[in-house]
Design a protein around this ligand. Sequence first.
Ligand SMILES: *Cc1c(COP(=O)(O)O)cnc(C)c1O
Length: 480
Amino acid sequence: MHRPTQSVVDGSKASPKDLPSIDRLLRSSTGAALVAEHGHTLVAGEARDLLQTLRGRARDGTLLATDLLSEPLGAALQARIQARLAPKLRQVINLTGTVIHTNLGRALLAPEALAHLAAVMAGPNNLEYDLDSGGRGDRDSIVEELLCTLTGAEAATVVNNNAAAVVLTIAALARGREVIVSRGELVEIGGAFRMPDVMKSAGARMVEVGTTNRTHGRDYAAAIGPKTALLMKVHTSNYAIQGFTTSVDESELAAIARAHGVPLATDLGSGSLVDLARWGLPREPLPQEKLAAGCDVVTFSGDKLLGGPQAGLIVGSRATIDRIRRHPMKRAFRMSKLPLAALEATLRLYLRPERLERDLPTLRHLTRPLEEIRAAAQRLLPAIAQALAPRYRVQCCELKGQIGSGSLPVESLASAGLAIGPVQARGAGRALETLESALRALEQPVIGRISEQRLLLDLRCLDDEAQLLSQLPALSRQLS
Ligand SMILES: *Cc1c(COP(=O)(O)O)cnc(C)c1O
């Protein structure tokens, strides 16, 4: 394309003056094709950056004359454009053993939810339009009836996430007044969400009662005064207090609340809509039980055990939900049509509870039989061992996984997978890090976990073995 095109001596260095102009690069055959495909703006910008980088290398004496031939130059420009257009948010393969992994996007959406999302978002929809009357509708109405059917609530509303649901509930019911909560339930969920701070940000004064391990009904009753606006229970979703403990359950607390004319709210965090004990999993409290026990309002997440999109679900009595819905913050926290479509489709799956473990990917992963996971490990072992030889040794192993996302923190899920260890003891730590980052660098990154000098790949959540296998040649290349 430029001066050195004719006869470059192999290994000869390029100098800055050998670089083509932007214009010349854009008029080369690859450059012109890229402009035709992507337009001038992007390609010219990337060409400028590329030439700048090459100029720096030429000055440093690390640029070869052959790097400036039209083919490598065009390929470099194309690679830059591809990298620029590649999305940051990508699918990964979760082999961490934690099924609902907050850093990996929590619950997986069901195919029905994805299909509904795509179908409804492709055009206008009746998000806030009542098709019966032709008048203005309420976006809550899209899921309210379903939520009432599934939980037995009189009314329901939804916001962006459960943190917003809790803040909104407290702000609407107790702004400028007092909320009574047990010292055993002052939960922190990942950094910024801490119950005392949540109360403060909602404008309520938190009144702690009881002790870390024991809180009694009389503690709540004694703390209720003229400024009390709300009694609050918080599910200790990511820790457990064991030993000499007492807490007050919702039915006892509801009686106290009612006797004093104060509402009772419960934040469940995960809040499964179905009893997981049915599949031999540890039990999580259900919103329907809490309502039946006398709670006026229950909040829970959409993307934890429910298996849907990020959402905060608020169910309860008509009067309480009306107060919450009327609060100005509701407008700020309202759900967008995208997760709302996914939430509606997910909730509909619960109308057919017998099919849930097939219909909800997250529940399917949680209930996957151990035998099946072991068999997957056996199947994958030879190919993975071969791809990682001779530097690493691979074995099938039994593992302990987790439900994740703060659900059921103490229990672990019996699982299975592959354990990969460096063959040489010297530099083993470094070898493991190299392997871990090579797995992350794959087109569809594979995320495992390191434990006791081995990289563990828990296969519970692996749906597509062929996809993993197809990346092994690239992995071998990365490591060589
Ligand atoms: C997870 C959790 C929340 C926050 O829910 P998000 O949907 O992540 O906002 C609040 N309270 C409890 C008890 C939780 O476990």
